[in-house]
Ligand binder design. Structure first.
Ligand code: SAM
Length: 391
């Protein structure tokens, strides 16, 4: 399609908007109830998105060729409660889409959701969505289309299901042909491709305390005889003398591994604990370290670090997990600072570096991280839609 019109439902900060515009689309309607997202939408695209989809009368929508919707994933997310279609407030938002499609017979649809949607409620949610689209006259892909930015050379592992549809009731049994070309493997991507090499605002750098804690755990890693640590290291259990009776197997196993780690490295660990005064200055959650890098990196300072409630987690720089509505902003070990808002934008393929029409993130940093975490990856949608439009 050379020129087309689209609507952007649950529009957030416009991940779909970006992708569709890049393909030659013009946005004729957007709907979003979050006021911070509304402000960003207005600022970046010069149009209002401030309307609840439930208040929209389908017959009043302007004509359009593509319906885009990343319907809210709270009820479907693995992280949240496993509710679903019976969840009245959120589960039925898909039916807002159905209502609009029924009236408009929109030629193409591009929907996005968490990967978990496919297996949610024993496959029932997925089945209902597929059956509804079929009943409305939409051909879809034979299998759920699971895509991640890392397939396209963007260093983020974020698997999402993309539901593509073409209105074609006469050929409803013919699956769509979606050719995405050769896809990259995880290992081909490095976080450094989106990082600033120059100095960034000083507020992004880690604190002295954080540096001390990470330095301590790096010394620990360097000092012990184990390089692939397949369990969370928890200093509070090194000298455990209690009983294992009544503990769940996973917990007993985990404690035993920590006790053994201590026994095998007693001399070093005793010196380490002494040097750091038995971790007395460490926050409780920093007594725990999860090394999730195998032997791919040799130091914490080569990894991507997160201070999580479950402990300090270290990941490889080419295995960057999904940016979610982030509270614990990842730390780039090599630069001793957190990921900047612009870098988060690049992970979601928002054109913050574009010279003509750059995307301007929210001035409120926490809001900006949250918005990028909730957004779709622009490149994923662009590539999927491009392939769809060839049908
Ligand atoms: C997963 S996010 C979609 C993000 C968006 N695709 C982007 O690229 O930024 C879902 C959004 O749906 C919005 N939403 C929830 N209920 C809504 C409703 N009744 N009408 C309009 N938007 C709604 C939420 O505020 C949230 O921002």
């Amino acid at each position: 399609m050379e020129q087309f019109k689209f609507i952007d439902l649950f529009s957030g900060i416009g991940g779909f908007h970006q992708a569709m515009e890049q393909l030659g689309g013009e946005c004729v309607f957007a709907s979003e109830i979050d006021k911070f997202c509304n402000a960003q939408y207005e600022r970046n695209y010069g149009m209002s998105s401030d309307i609840n989809i439930r208040d929209v009368k389908e017959e009043e929508l302007p004509a359009f060729d593509v319906l885009c919707a990343g319907f809210p994933c709270q009820a479907f997310s693995k992280a949240g409660k496993q509710q679903g279609l019976e969840d009245k407030t959120r589960g039925t938002l898909f039916f807002e889409i159905v209502r609009i499609l029924k009236h408009h017979h929109t030629p193409y649809i591009v929907l996005e959701n968490v990967r978990n949607l496919v297996s949610h409620d024993n496959g029932n949610t997925w089945r209902i969505i597929q059956e509804s689209l079929r009943e409305l006259g939409y051909r879809t892909t034979a299998e759920p289309l699971i895509l991640s930015p890392h397939f396209f050379g963007i260093p983020q592992i974020r698997e999402r299901v993309i539901i593509l549809g073409k209105y074609d009731p006469d050929n409803i049994d013919e699956p769509l042909n979606i050719d995405l070309g050769k896809l990259n493997a995880k290992e081909d991507n490095s976080i450094y491709s989106v990082l600033e090499e120059r100095e960034v605002d000083k507020s992004y750098y880690i604190s002295e305390y954080e540096e001390m804690v990470l330095q301590a755990w790096d010394e620990f890693y360097q000092g012990i005889n184990l390089k692939v640590i397949g369990f969370p290291v928890w200093a509070d259990y090194f000298k455990y003398k209690g009983t294992y009776d009544g503990l769940p197997d996973w917990k007993a196993g985990f404690i035993k591994k920590n006790v053994k780690l201590y026994e095998d490295n007693k001399e070093f660990i005793d010196g380490w604990l002494k040097k750091y005064n038995n971790l007395k200055k460490f926050t409780k959650t920093h007594h725990k370290m999860e090394w999730q890098c195998g032997t791919d990196i040799a130091s914490i300072w080569d990894g991507v670090i997160q201070f999580r409630p479950s402990g300090i987690r270290i990941k490889k720089p080419n295995n960057f997990q999904a940016l979610v509505a982030m509270v614990q902003i990842p730390i780039i070990g090599k630069y001793r600072r957190r990921l900047t808002v612009e870098e988060a934008a690049r992970l979601q393929s928002f054109p913050v570096d574009d010279e003509i029409k750059p995307f301007i993130p929210d001035d409120n940093r926490q809001q900006a991280y949250k918005q990028f975490g909730n957004s779709v990856n622009v490149e994923v949608i662009r590539r999927a839609a491009e392939a769809l439009f060839k049908n």
